[in-house]
Design a protein around this ligand. Structure first.
Ligand code: 5GP
Length: 203
């Protein structure tokens, strides 16, 4: 085809999962392997962990500042997860999506994805499922850092999140990491080919 111009706008992808499903590993592999895909850096009130960098993993924000941002409507979505606040700022999305250069991956919880749907934001949502609840229990126990009660609480939360998987556009079972990553890559490729995400002008 000759005489063709294409304008691509940035696509929003979200990835959500119950804790223990291996979402962070899948997301990191995607960011390494997929061209023109960047992680949306969220704000959080939780403490910085070893190995994390402010402005790279999160914008680590005090509760007062976070609440001011909520009041000023600076978040596209925000939620309380495990006792801390997390939010995606409008600013980070706008800058990325108007750049025309890359797509954004939002690592958000199930509530965050609910908010985006309620706000009629156009995005493609991926849900990562652990292979089974037995395997999830093993993974949650395997961390070895939590008491039985904490593991039981996480499992209960995971079950209720898994019950919501039908709301997502894509569900990927993280039985084998490589398979899960290639399936997520296939989702990104497919979404990038949708006419709604590109504007092709044939001259
Ligand atoms: P962590 O503290 O382990 O980095 O993240 C805890 C949970 O918060 C994860 O499920 C993660 O997806 C979620 N999360 C991280 N950033 C955001 C955000 O901006 N919005 C929402 N709704 N959830 C987030």
């Amino acid at each position: 085809m000759s005489g063709r111009e294409e304008f691509k706008r940035g696509i929003l992808f979200s990835i959500s999962a119950p804790s223990g499903a291996g979402k962070t590993t899948v997301a990191n592999r995607l960011l390494e392997r997929v061209d023109n895909l960047k992680l949306s850096v969220s704000h959080t009130t939780r403490q910085i962990r070893e190995g994390e960098t402010d402005g790279v993993d999160y914008y680590f924000t005090g509760v007062d500042r976070f609440m001011t941002m909520v009041e000023n409507d600076e978040f596209l979505e925000w939620a309380e997860v495990h006792g801390n606040m997390y939010g995606t700022s409008m600013k980070s999305i706008d800058t990325a999506l108007n750049s025309n250069a890359y797509d954004l991956l939002l690592d958000i919880d199930v509530q965050g994805a609910d908010t985006l749907r309620a706000r009629k934001i156009s995005f493609a949502s991926i849900f990562i499922l652990p292979p089974s609840t037995e395997e999830l229990e093993k993974r949650l126990m395997g961390r070895g850092t939590d008491t039985k009660e904490v593991v039981a609480k996480r499992l209960k939360a995971a079950r209720s999140e898994m019950e919501q998987m039908d709301k997502f556009d894509y569900v990927i079972i993280n039985d084998d990491l490589d398979t899960a990553v290639s399936q997520a890559m296939a989702v990104i490729t497919a979404e990038r080919l949708r006419p709604v995400n590109r504007r092709i002008i044939i001259k």
